[in-house]
Design a binder for this molecule. Structure first.
Ligand code: NAD
Ligand code: 89Y
Length: 351
């Protein structure tokens, strides 16, 4: 199916296959149940019993042990919720059967793999979107509105900070063994947000740290970005920051413009400084009967992300985080790793 195929008036909900019935897929399945214009017709997991359990819990009629079921022609889209090293093969399978894809972050372990995925999908004309949900958090949509209004003027500086000590390893134990860990896991959300809020960037300087003992990769990183509009931004991420109460999963920081600034504070609060005054706005995520604190802010962004995928697929427009657009986000992550290895500023042009 191509974008023009799906631009026809809709006569029934699009039918999806969800691949990967692990930790985060539960949020996807709840979110799909409230996404307009789509429904999940089948789930699959290499661990077929796990797939069967989610099928039963979410009243999904079919479950399978392999994504090869995409060959059946029964699916209008596939939602890939597996870890990054599996994405190239799974997206290639979907592309072979001309099934549009939404695939979880991180897109792939390195920029070359991302590029191969994009080239393959583009050659076949199959739409692919990266599930990048942080920019769909309500607070970041509101910040985007304020920036678009011109209230704080041309941007000069930004800082996005994710620092907490959540025990991420209980739910996501694969992170203990991931060599490209923190920049890929949460850094990638921050880099996408940096592009969403401050615009594209072209040079990166990064230091990475392994604070917790026994990890294969870094659990903290500090990244400095040079944006095309000459703004500077800093992204700092850590799973080793002991703060009470734990700020997880809030992204904090600040944005400065020539006319004013915005502070992103705890409690989903914005402090907007302009025209010599300050204004406080609280932008709370919407809770649902399947969301629970402290995860609500992240969970609430999942249906918003999936609705964007379906609406855009139906309209034939461009996904905000299309696979192709996401290459620019992943180039910043790749540059961050190369900078940390080499100790120098790395430009995206040299990748
Ligand atoms: P997980 O390991 O709990 O689940 C992955 C599942 O995929 C497993 O059950 C595994 O058996 C299955 N699987 C692997 N390869 C498969 C294949 N070829 N076919 C079918 N099933 C296959 O992982 P998770 O914690 O749910 O994370 C999944 C992805 O979601 C990761 O990329 C992670 O970074 C991302 N994630 C995103 C957010 C977010 O806010 N966007 C939050 C958490 C996790
Ligand atoms: O893996 C992380 C992500 O992408 O969002 C939240 C998370 O699950 C834990 O920090």
């Amino acid at each position: 199916m191509t974008k023009s195929d799906v631009a026809r008036p809709q006569i029934r909900p699009l039918k999806g296959l969800l691949v990967g019935c692990g930790f985060f897929a539960r949020n996807h399945l709840h979110a799909w149940s409230e996404t307009k214009g789509a429904e999940i017709a089948a789930v699959c997991d290499l661990d077929v019993e796990r797939a069967g359990r989610y099928a039963e819990e979410f009243s999904i009629p079919q479950w399978h042990g392999t994504a090869e079921v995409l060959a059946s022609g029964a699916f209008d889209f596939v939602d890939i919720c597996t870890t990054m090293e599996t994405h190239e093969a799974l997206v290639a399978l979907a592309v072979r059967h001309r099934v549009p894809v939404i695939v979880q972050k991180p897109f792939a372990p390195d920029i070359d793999t991302c590029r191969r995925i994009v080239a393959n999908a583009k050659a076949a004309g199959v739409p692919v979107m990266v599930h990048e949900n942080f920019r769909f958090q309500k607070i970041f949509r509101r910040i985007r509105e304020i920036l678009d209004s011109g209230e704080i003027g041309e941007l000069t500086f930004g800082r996005l900070s994710w620092r907490n000590a959540i025990d991420v390893y209980s739910n996501q134990p694969y992170l203990l063994k991931t060599e490209r860990f923190m920049i890929m896991d949460v850094g990638i959300h921050m880099l996408d947000l940096a592009r969403f809020l401050f615009g594209d960037a072209n040079a990166v300087s990064c230091l990475r740290q392994s604070v917790k003992e026994g990890l294969a990769g870094e659990d903290a990183a500090t990244i400095l970005l040079r944006h095309d509009n000459a703004a500077t931004s800093i992204v700092d991420v850590s799973y080793a920051s002991h703060r009470f109460p734990n700020p997880f999963p809030q992204t904090l920081g600040e944005i400065e413009g020539r006319l004013g600034s915005i502070q992103i504070l705890e409690g989903e609060t914005l402090l907007v400084h302009s025209e010599g005054r300050q204004r406080r706005e609280t932008i709370e995520a919407d809770g649902r009967n399947w969301t629970s604190d402290p995860w609500t802010q992240i969970q609430d962004s999942v249906p918003r992300t999936q609705q964007h995928f379906i609406d855009t697929l139906l309209s034939g427009g461009a996904f905000e985080t299309s696979a192709e657009d996401s290459l620019q986000t992943y180039a910043l992550a790749e540059a961050a790793y190369r900078s940390a290895e080499s100790g120098r500023l790395v430009t995206t042009a040299e990748l």
